[in-house]
Design a protein. Structure first.
Length: 70
């Protein structure tokens, strides 16, 4: 712990602190870019389009025949 502002700082602590700040800044920038891309993709893929689908079957089914030889 420094006792006054004229005391020299330890070089290792300054270097480590710089790398930590750089890593945190890089992480925040990556999260910002990813969140923007995900929001855009979500908006493109979740658009609502209404469609109508009709499923029908035959009312007349063929009568069962003899079982196939197997």
């Amino acid at each position: 712990m420094r006792s006054s502002s004229s005391d020299a700082r330890a070089a290792g602590l300054v270097t480590r602190g710089t790398w930590v700040r750089l890593a945190v800044l890089s992480l925040l920038l990556v999260l910002l870019v990813v969140s923007s891309a995900v929001e855009l993709t979500a908006a493109l893929l979740t658009d609502t389009v209404r469609t109508t689908t009709v499923v029908s079957t035959s009312l007349v089914f063929p009568t069962p025949g003899p079982a196939p030889a197997g």
